[in-house]
Design a protein around this ligand. Structure first.
Ligand SMILES: Nc1nc2c(c(=O)[nH]1)N[C@H]1C(S)=C(S)[C@@H](COP(=O)(O)OP(=O)(O)OC[C@H]3O[C@@H](n4cnc5c(=O)[nH]c(N)nc54)[C@H](O)[C@@H]3O)O[C@H]1N2
Ligand SMILES: Nc1nc2c(c(=O)[nH]1)N[C@H]1C(S)=C(S)[C@@H](COP(=O)(O)OP(=O)(O)OC[C@H]3O[C@@H](n4cnc5c(=O)[nH]c(N)nc54)[C@H](O)[C@@H]3O)O[C@H]1N2
Ligand SMILES: [Mo]
Length: 640
């Protein structure tokens, strides 16, 4: 199973000859991920044996010369453990930061390997860089954030991709939507400020200004309400707070909706009428939608539309919160320590301010992927910070490290991977032995724990025993032993009509909204100067974030600009332009296209320009109020 941070979590067939991986293909054993091998899996043989692979531990000798020296595991771990022990003794566990994400999403590689840091009481982040705000948003109205399973798309009549470029970001979900269209005459709708790749098969595309989706949703709700399309019985039986919601929706006149969103009222009506005409809708809520100043508010607003139409959880965001897991891979419940958690979005500011003395990075390339990357880089390079990075490949973050530790790729270690969308699981088997001296996360974590003198026995427990506890009642068609023996199992999901809200119902008017949070979705205004652009970014099929540049070359250094804006700024197709703001600057090549509206720019995400500037040098390290998520898609820039 592919362990990358991607909702599809494919089953793969890996062909090995003479202990070398020669090909990776989609396996037919998973009904959702069969049939399509994405370019990243296809490129895996090259990625495993790439020139950028870290094959040995390295220790930096001098800061200035950027010189790394080859080291043994013994020396490297000794060095890391010594500095960790000193930091703990002198500055306490708060000054130690674990900075990690889901470069490998396996229960062992990303979960169990945190146990050392839990036992030490080290500071951790809230992990909010991706989907956290959307989860918090859905919690306000539905409780847990799980929704429709991908295969259910086949029976739906209208599929709305809202801030979700599934053709690139979840190709197997996209394939199911296309099948629904071909086999079942389902309609596909895309709501995206730019003409994303997913609009190519869309029956309807609406393009609101970035971050104005709440206004669009209230407009849509008004249309459905005034034309008698609300399922009153469903609302009566399963919802609360409808009256307050209607009152707010009616404040959104067609003129006001048009002025805020830039979408014509005819467009709003067209979507409303299509929902009614086709019936049985599902709203595919993108993680892209949740990454703006009003991201959580937008997710809230979209999620309530299917409730108007009488659907139980008629949306998909991700399904990770709908599983029935027990256990505690990370060990949080096994200690009395209550580690400090800091915002992942604003970690750059804290690093640069010298709040930490020791930083351990795994499964992540924060030098390029976190917002305000100039602060991140500046912080990680401070003389008083010791940085250890455990990665499979030599990343920009590795280059800043004091010690680099070589990691085994997902094809070189056993693990368990749970998909964020589909319910199928089988044991993730290693295909080959780890290249060079690379080792897995659990191995490294335990070696370090011994050297630092950690006594807690649960740090040294068998990770598979804990995985067994975690998954004891997780499947509907078998037990953990069956999984270990090679069976493909199906995760048990919570019922669609169960709502974990205070009222046990869908709450249009959220009673769980804390102080400062509006009980109803609220349109947050993003002020934009006349010479300012909103820069939106999203993924390309060949890259997972910053990975696969060794296989496919650098992420294209491009920016899309509308022809009218290009003319106004006297910019030609193919010209180099500089985007800048108070945080940083970036030099990109223009693509003049009406696939972006005026005032909006789009670029592939997490790119790095010819001068080594990260796209994220332009993005703000300010968390959203709801859920603490990022605001990448509300980045304001000017053009030079
Ligand atoms: N501008 C902008 N920035 C964004 C976003 C955006 O939309 N716009 N999106 C954000 C989102 S949604 C996310 S999820 C984050 C992702 O941020 P990151 O998680 O930092 O993304 P990657 O570049 O994939 O980094 C993962 C790292 O893990 C390493 N790795 C892979 N497998 C293993 C393994 O088995 N073991 C170890 N130890 N390492 C491994 C890879 O080599 C890679 O360096 O980026 C965010 N950044
Ligand atoms: N190939 C590939 N696939 C991936 C990944 C990858 O790196 N590469 N990463 C995985 C990860 S970690 C994630 S989080 C997912 C993300 O995948 P998606 O959920 O699809 O999110 P994004 O790709 O960030 O953005 C999707 C769309 O949102 C639009 N958008 C931006 N702002 C707004 C807005 O305010 N309103 C509306 N309506 N639309 C908006 C963008 O223009 C973009 O087309 O992809 C996963 N799949
Ligand atoms: Mo993500």
């Amino acid at each position: 199973m592919c362990a990358r941070d991607c909702p599809d979590a494919c089953f793969l067939d890996v062909e090995v000859k003479d202990d070398v991986i020669v090909s990776v293909r989609a396996s037919s054993e998973n009904p959702v991920t069969a049939g399509i091998t994405c370019p990243r899996a296809l490129g895996d043989p090259q990625r495993v044996y790439s020139m950028d692979r870290v094959l040995n531990p390295y220790i930096r000798k001098t800061r200035e010369g950027q010189r790394f020296e080859l080291a043994t595991w013994d020396d490297a771990l000794g060095h890391v453990a010594k500095r960790l022990r000193e930091t703990l003794d002198r500055h306490g566990p708060e000054s130690v930061l674990l900075l990690d994400y889901y470069g490998n999403a396996g229960l062992l590689s990303s979960g169990f390997s945190r146990r050392l840091w839990t036992a030490l009481g080290a500071t951790r982040t809230d992990g909010a860089v991706c989907s956290a705000s959307g989860h918090a948003a859905l919690r306000l109205h539905y409780g847990l954030s799980y929704g429709v399973e991908p295969e259910a798309l086949l029976d739906r009549k209208i599929i709305v991709f809202w801030g979700f470029n599934a053709k690139h970001s979840s190709p197997h979900t996209w394939a199911l939507a296309l099948r629904a269209k071909m086999e079942n005459d389902a309609a596909i709708v895309v709501v995206d400020p730019r003409q994303s790749e997913s609009t190519s098969m869309a029956d309807l595309w609406l393009y609101p200004r970035p971050g104005t989706d709440v206004a669009l949703c209230y407009g849509l709700a008004r249309h459905l309400i005034t034309n008698g399309h609300v399922d009153a019985g469903f609302v009566e039986d399963h919802c609360v707070g409808y009256e307050e919601y209607v009152e707010e929706a009616m404040r959104w006149t067609p003129e006001r909706v048009e002025a805020v969103t830039g979408v014509s009222w005819e467009g709003v009506e067209a979507l409303g009428d299509a929902l009614v005409k086709y019936g049985d809708p599902v709203f595919m809520i993108g993680i892209g939608l949740n990454k703006s100043l009003s991201g959580a508010e937008s997710v809230r607003a979209v999620s309530l539309i299917p409730a108007l139409l009488g659907k139980h959880r008629g949306f998909y965001y991700t399904n990770s919160r709908g599983r029935c897991l027990a256990g505690d891979m990370e060990g949080d419940t096994l200690t009395d320590l209550a580690p400090r958690t800091v915002s992942q979005i604003s970690v750059g500011e804290r690093l640069a301010a010298g709040e930490f003395r020791f930083v351990y990075v795994q499964n992540m390339n924060p030098a390029l992927t976190l917002p305000d990357s100039n602060s991140i880089r500046e912080g990680l390079q401070r003389d008083d910070i010791f940085l250890a990075v455990h990665d499979t490949h030599l990343t920009e973050t590795c280059r800043l490290a004091d010690v680099v530790l070589p990691a085994a790729t997902y094809l070189e270690k056993d693990d368990v991977v749970l998909s964020d969308s589909h319910p199928y699981v089988r044991k993730a088997l290693k295909a080959v032995e780890p290249e060079g001296k690379s080792r897995d996360e659990v191995w490294v974590m335990r070696k370090l724990a011994r050297r630092v003198g950690v006594k807690d026995r649960w740090v040294y427990d068998d990770p598979w025993a804990e995985a067994g506890r975690t998954l004891a009642n997780a499947f509907i068609d078998g037990g953990f032993e069956d999984l270990i023996c090679g069976s493909t199992l199906r995760l048990r999901m919570r019922p669609a009509d169960e709502y974990q809200t205070p009222s046990g119902r869908i709450e249009f008017y959220s009673s769980a909204a804390e102080e400062g949070v509006s009980p109803l979705p609220r349109q947050v205004e993003l002020l934009q100067g006349s010479d300012e652009f909103i820069l939106v970014s999203s993924s390309l099929p060949r890259y997972t974030h910053t990975q696969f540049r060794d296989v496919y070359g650098e992420i294209p250094v491009q920016v899309w600009i509308n022809p009218a804006d290009a003319e106004r700024h006297d910019v030609q197709e193919g010209a180099e332009v500089t985007l800048f703001n108070d945080y940083g600057r970036l030099r990109l090549t223009t693509v003049v296209t009406d696939r972006v509206p005026r005032g909006v720019l789009w670029a592939p995400r997490e790119l790095i320009d010819g001068g080594g500037n990260a796209q994220n040098s332009l993005t703000r390290g300010v968390p959203q109020m709801i859920g603490g998520g990022p605001v990448f898609n509300s980045t304001k820039v000017k053009i030079l």
